[in-house]
Ligand binder design. Sequence first.
Ligand code: HEC
Length: 195
Amino acid sequence: MYHKMTPARLIRLAWIPLCVLLLVACHNDMYDQQRFEVFEPSTFFPDGNSSRPLPAGTVQYGDVRTDTLYYTGRVNGAYSTEFPYPVTRAMIERGRQKYEAFCIPCHGITGNGNGMVAQRGAIQVPNLHEQRLRDAQAGYIFDIISNGIGRMYGYGDRVQIPDRWAIVAYIRVLQTSYNANINDVPPEQRGNIQP
Ligand code: HEC
């Protein structure tokens, strides 16, 4: 059984494509309105720019870096011995992950400077357990990770700030355990340690 295509039915069906057409044929006026592109010159201001210079001290929204300890590892220009917030176990575990991803190739799994790159003789890598680096402030190590030193390039563009602090915490763990003796191990755990 076929429906008969009466003229009335054809007109009713014609509404469908018409509605679709109306829906997609919106005007682009909002999009195509008159405006200046970024840095486009104009004659409106005497200096030839289409926009005004930013007032001194303007920063990107959400990027006011007043917390110098958190962002730079320094307080009043000096490296901080403190972390910007308390160290937690989760932070240390995160630090381990990141240390193993980014630092191991040169500094080695324990931090003694015998990573694969060093073993292949490409560069001399310092031992993180030497006294000078055990005494180094947390903020100093944070700064080395952020900006690098000598032949070590910085990781500021690859490792997020909280992860850099986490790595510092993990280096503290490595340094502590590297120099620990049996008395540092809780008595109930001592049986788990191979002599
Ligand atoms: C490509 C190899 C390489 C990698 C990867 C690397 N480092 Fe280094 N690191 C070095 C070298 C080489 C030095 C010595 C730089 C110098 O004094 O010229 C160094 C020095 C250091 C120092 C000691 C600075 C001092 O005062 O002597 C610290 C701390 C350090 N690195 C931490 C890290 C941490 C943390 C990571 C991972 C985020 C890392 N490094 C990744 C090669 C590397």
